[in-house]
Design a protein around this ligand. Structure first.
Ligand code: G4P
Length: 529
């Protein structure tokens, strides 16, 4: 039993989230380097050219293996076992990010110091705050000219609506970057560029050390002393409870590329974060240290290997210990199953796992039985974890296949991609599956759908934009005669794959119209996948 406690106590599971190009990959590489999981940084993934999220994604599609290895990684550091969950860098995939955050106990947010919080990623970062887990910020690229640190912190506070607490403070940036002042040790750590090596000779100065003056550029010492006084006097006080509730984000400044500030970040990260958190279920709180195994599915990825057409369900273990070949109960399928080919990803290798513990992520072969949010548990103690909400789609398209002979592949493809949670599909009332209405949170998901149907299912599609912007599930579905509803002419009646009825609207005005003209009609914004 104490072995189980030990194993769980040393686990940390975090999602890493950033603007594209802010340095998420570079930081991940450097973290793996400290864990000894890779020998030389630069080998996590080969992409360097793709700038656009879709092309990036498609590129990744071409190299599925690589996308797997970069999506869940595990490494060991000073006795800790750390799981990193990668997230898509574009806000059009923010629902995917949200689901990944559900599997994490904290998040690391990487920001490019020269850019601050960029518009196109505000939504992504807000998703992070919605989860109410600790968010730790790494402001990267201080070796490049950056914005003022005060402005960067203000940006984060304004966008996220949470307070910031700098753990260290940069001295200059770009060519004038001289290092950081560590607020807890009250020491300056001098910047020495180091391209990827783990061992960095650390040069430290106290503030009254005369050597410090010669290390700094003209005027930097005065600015530093003023900054320190200001931070100690006026900044948000460090409060670990507020960090744990996701109300205060500790901020680190550094430069992942030159490996500056990465190890102190990692060390402090381990102090700031907790072992795996308990989870809510319909049978109360499930403690990670329970000796009963449980997990939930947060991500499904089909066709990871195109030749085998396989489908992997990623599960976050929430309690107990997983052992290979163990029999579990799949709640949503209402039957006992064996989790086959359980895999864990270590840097670039996929490995079959013999055992894994609460906090870990395993990928299992999915013969098409799992959906996002599903619970697996010990057959003797059955319960369901609280579901993962779906985001209301904001863009809609009518989609049909070009070649009517390909109907079967079209249905299979759209259904499978919908099961992965990458899109949501609906049908007009009483219509067949010749055409479907696809709803997405971000428009890039349409491109991905088109690309994947063509590439993986060999189906070309025609997409027609629909003017709807709002979707509502009919909450009291069983009490309402949907066909008899009195609706504005621009409102559409549809159903989801489970036969639930929904309405599509082009404006808030038509939502109000529907509610006013149909007394007793109840609408809700979110459904379940
Ligand atoms: P991402 O995963 O968040 O998209 O970012 P990634 O790590 O791929 O980094 C994006 C670019 O920023 C890379 O340059 C990377 O080398 C650079 N970079 C990352 N961290 C730092 C840093 O601390 N300082 C500086 N100066 N640059 C940094 P690239 O031009 O896209 O690739 P490459 O040609 O350098 O390989």
């Amino acid at each position: 039993m104490s072995d189980l406690f030990n194993e769980i106590d040393k686990r940390r599971t975090f999602a890493i989230i950033s603007h594209p190009d802010a340095g998420k990959t570079t930081l991940t590489e450097k973290l793996l380097l400290y864990g000894g999981a890779i020998n030389l940084a630069g080998s996590v993934k080969g992409k360097r050219t793709a700038k656009h999220a879709v092309s990036d994604w498609m590129e990744i599609e071409k190299q599925r293996g690589i996308s797997v290895t970069s999506s869940v990684l595990q490494f060991k550091y000073k006795g800790y076992c750390i799981n990193i969950l990668d997230t898509p860098g574009h806000q059009d995939f923010s629902e995917d990010t949200y689901r990944t955050l559900m599997a994490a106990d904290c998040a690391v947010m990487v920001i490019d110091g020269s850019k601050g919080v960029e518009n196109q990623t505000i939504k992504l970062f807000k998703v992070c705050v919605m989860r109410h887990i600790p968010i730790i910020t790494f402001i990267n690229k201080m070796d490049r000219d950056s914005k003022s640190p005060y402005d960067l912190l203000e940006d984060i506070e304004n966008v996220l609506g949470i307070n910031t607490c700098p753990i260290n403070w940069p001295i200059g940036s770009g060519k004038e970057f001289k290092g950081v002042y560590e607020r807890n040790t009250k020491k300056v750590i001098a910047f020495t560029a180091n391209n990827g090596q783990k061992e960095v000779e650390k040069e430290e100065f106290t503030l009254d050390d005369p050597e410090l003056d010669s290390h700094l550029a003209y005027g930097q010492k005065e600015t530093l002393l003023e900054d320190v006084e200001l931070l100690d006097g006026a900044g948000d006080e460090f409060d670990i409870d507020a960090v744990r509730k996701g109300e205060l984000t500790p901020v680190f400044f550094g430069s992942a590329l030159t490996n500056f500030g990465v190890e102190p970040f990692l060390e402090e990260f381990l102090n700031l974060t907790t072992p795996p958190l308990a989870r809510e279920s319909d049978d109360g709180i499930i403690e990670p240290k329970s000796d009963e195994f449980s997990a939930f599915v947060f991500k499904i990825q089909a066709n990871m290997n195109k030749n085998h057409r396989d489908r992997i369900a990623f599960m976050r273990i929430c309690s107990g210990k997983f052992e290979k070949n163990m029999e579990v109960f799949h709640m949503q399928g209402n039957k006992k199953i064996k989790l086959s080919q359980p895999q864990q990803i270590m840097a670039q290798e996929r490995e079959i796992v013999d055992e894994a513990y609460a906090g870990d992520i395993i990928g299992v072969f999915d013969p098409g039985i799992f959906s996002i949010g599903d619970t697996v548990c010990t057959p003797s103690h059955k319960f369901k974890f609280k579901g993962i909400p779906t985001f209301a789609p904001e863009h809609f398209c009518l989609v049909r296949q070009k070649d009517t002979m390909k109907r079967k592949q079209f249905i299979k493809g759209t259904n499978q991609i919908a099961q992965e949670g990458a899109i949501q599909i609906f049908q007009e009332l009483d219509a067949g599956m010749e055409e479907v209405i696809v709803g997405v949170v971000g428009v890039l998901q349409f491109d991905v759908l088109k690309y994947r149907l063509n590439n993986e299912y060999n189906v070309e599609i025609i997409m027609e934009n629909l003017p709807y912007q709002f979707i509502r599930w009919i909450k009291n579905d069983s009490e309402v005669d949907v066909k008899a509803l009195d609706l504005a002419s621009d409102t559409k009646r549809i159903q989801d794959l489970k036969g639930n009825h929904l309405l599509l609207f082009t404006s808030y005005w038509s939502i109000d119209w529907a509610l006013e003209h149909n007394k007793g009609l109840e609408l809700q914004e979110f459904g379940n996948v």
